[in-house]
Design a protein. Structure first.
Length: 216
C-alpha cells in the first residue's frame, strides 16, 4: 500500500473516540484516523475516500451500526471491519459477521487490545472476544441446526482453491502468487470463506472445510 492506512472509528461516545484515536496514532501503524458519531457522518466518510479498517459500535443515536457495516462492506470489500460493542447476544454477533465484520470485540474485554485486533484483521485473522465466542458455541449447541444449516457450503471455485492452498501452510502473499491473484484480492476471498464457513480464523476454516469434505 503506497498510502497510510485510513482507519475509521464509528462511535457516539467522544471519550471512546478520543481514546481509540490516541491509541492508534501512538502505535506503529502510521494510520490516519477519521471519526464518525453516527451512521450519517460515517456515510460522509465513505464518500470521501476508501477505508482500510473500521472500528464500529452498534448502538448509535441514529440507528444500528449494522447499517454502516453493511454499507462499508459493500463499497469497500477489502475493508477490515471490527465491531467494538457492549452488545454480545449471539444473534447480533452472527448478523454483524454476516454483514461483513471480520471481528467482534466486547467493550469490556481487556484481553484484546485495539492495536492487536487491527493487526489480526489486517493479517487475515478474526479478532473475537473469548466470552462472545463461547456464547456463539453455546447457542449452536442449543440449536445444532445452526451449525450446518444446509449441505451447500456456498464457496465458489476460487474460494475452494484459496482455502486448499492456505491449508498447505502458505502465507497470504505466497497463496496469491501461487493462484496468480492480487495480494489485495486474496483477503477478500479469505473473509468470504470465513463468513460462509462460520469460522473465525484459518484453523477453524480448514477444520470445517475438511469436516464437510470441501478440501482433502
Amino acid at each position: 500500500m503506497d498510502r497510510p492506512l485510513r482507519i475509521a472509528v464509528l462511535e457516539d461516545s467522544q471519550i471512546i473516540q478520543d481514546r481509540f484515536k490516541r491509541i492508534i496514532e501512538q502505535s506503529d501503524l502510521g494510520a490516519k484516523v477519521v471519526l464518525a458519531a453516527s451512521n450519517a457522518q460515517f456515510e460522509q466518510l465513505l464518500n470521501e475516500r476508501p477505508l482500510d479498517v473500521v472500528l464500529a459500535d452498534l448502538g448509535l443515536l441514529d440507528g444500528s451500526g449494522l447499517i454502516s457495516i453493511k454499507r462499508a462492506s459493500a463499497l469497500y470489500p477489502q475493508c477490515q471491519i471490527i465491531v467494538v460493542s457492549s452488545l454480545s447476544d449471539p444473534e447480533t454477533v452472527t448478523t454483524a459477521l454476516a454483514m461483513g465484520a471480520v471481528g467482534y470485540v466486547h467493550k469490556d474485554d481487556p484481553s484484546i487490545e485495539v492495536i492487536d485486533a487491527i493487526q489480526q484483521a489486517l493479517n487475515g485473522g478474526s479478532p473475537i472476544s473469548a466470552s462472545i465466542a463461547r456464547k456463539i458455541v453455546e447457542n449452536m449447541q442449543l440449536h445444532p441446526q445452526l451449525a450446518n444449516p444446509n449441505e451447500d457450503h456456498g464457496l465458489t471455485k476460487r474460494e475452494v482453491e484459496v482455502l486448499t492452498v492456505l491449508s498447505k501452510g502458505l502465507s497470504h502473499a505466497e497463496a496469491a502468487q501461487t493462484l496468480s491473484v492480487a495480494t489485495t484480492t486474496l483477503p477478500v476471498h479469505v473473509r468470504n470463506i470465513y463468513r460462509k464457513l462460520q469460522a473465525h480464523n484459518r484453523t477453524e476454516a480448514i477444520f470445517e472445510a475438511r469436516n464437510q469434505g470441501i478440501i482433502p
